[in-house]
Design a protein. Structure first.
Length: 306
């Protein structure tokens, strides 16, 4: 009788905990929708103060498309102020696709649409996707740790070339050396596969089956069935030579079986037997997750160009 009574108690506790987890996720989404409404209003009023107040004071990371990564709250504020002073935002809408809670952090993925015009009256329609990382503070207060965004189809990066911010040193990881080395080795392997144009291996060796990949000039790719065809096509040889590539990490946040990594890359690429050449630089927000064998796999990743 005692065992049966204890089982009922344990089952009730489990149900309550499960309900609390589900409830918290829904509460987080509701809070994020409310915050996004404030962000939308900020864009329409060309007022960056609301956005900046949510950013973390010490560990802020902002990764705008067609601009270097920003690692201080002051530079992020300067970026937004310059953007707003040069564009009139006529319409702005964010739609959340996914909210994932990892320990006391939340990953928010969604889409956005911006309808704007520059000072000359030239229209810019900017449709894209984003990945935000939030820290859950006491009383479910949300602090914005980072954001990264990019267009669903190619837009002219010169639209944002007027924005100038300070040139600051990229911060180094401040975590256990063993974990830093582990992530670096994974990045080195990615560099090898990109250099050798092995897109299928890139997908198979690095992405979880339920991964979401967000990259430049494309809508989000959801699941391996969509990620693998992208990499197979994107990394076809086609006369392209990767002459030099570097993938490194800046800040990292270890969270049990997950690691949030802010990375950056440098690629020296040529084609037509060196007749054409380009230097491509960019950055990424990577959510690594350990698989059943303890190997770090990409669970969520977003990249964009500088």
């Amino acid at each position: 009788m005692k065992k049966r009574y204890l089982s009922i108690i344990l089952f009730s506790v489990f149900v309550n905990l499960q309900g609390q987890i589900i409830k918290n996720t829904e509460q987080l989404k509701e809070k994020l929708i409310a915050i996004n409404n404030q962000f939308e209003d900020s864009f329409l009023r060309n007022d960056s103060s609301i956005i900046i107040k949510y950013y973390d004071d010490k560990q802020s990371v902002c990764m705008p498309e067609y601009h270097k990564a920003l690692y201080t709250k002051e530079d992020i504020k300067s970026y937004y102020e310059q953007w707003f002073s040069n564009f009139k935002i006529n319409a702005y809408k964010k739609v959340i696709y996914e909210v994932k809670q990892i320990d006391n952090y939340t990953i928010e993925i969604g889409t956005f649409n911006i309808n704007s015009a520059n000072k000359k009256g030239e229209a810019l329609v900017y449709d894209g996707k984003y990945l935000n990382v939030w820290k859950i503070e006491k009383n479910v207060k949300l602090t914005l740790i980072s954001e990264i965004w990019g267009a669903d189809k190619a837009i002219d990066g010169s639209n944002f070339s007027f924005i100038k911010t300070n040139s600051n040193e990229i911060p180094k990881p401040q975590i256990e050396k063993s974990l830093e080395n582990e992530v670096n080795k994974r990045n080195q392997r990615i560099a090898e596969l990109v250099t050798n144009r092995e897109g299928e291996k890139h997908a198979d060796e690095f992405f979880t089956k339920d991964a979401i990949y967000l990259t430049y000039d494309s809508p989000m790719f959801i699941g391996m069935e969509n990620i693998k065809p992208y990499f197979v096509e994107h990394e076809k040889p086609n006369g392209v030579s990767i002459d030099s590539i570097s993938i490194k990490a800046s800040r990292m946040i270890p969270l049990n079986n997950f690691v949030i990594e802010y990375g950056y890359y440098y690629v020296d690429v040529s084609w037509d037997n060196k007749k054409g050449r380009a230097i491509v630089t960019g950055k990424s927000t990577n959510i690594w997750k350990r698989d059943e064998n303890g190997i770090l796999m990409l669970y969520r990743q977003m990249v964009n160009h500088n």
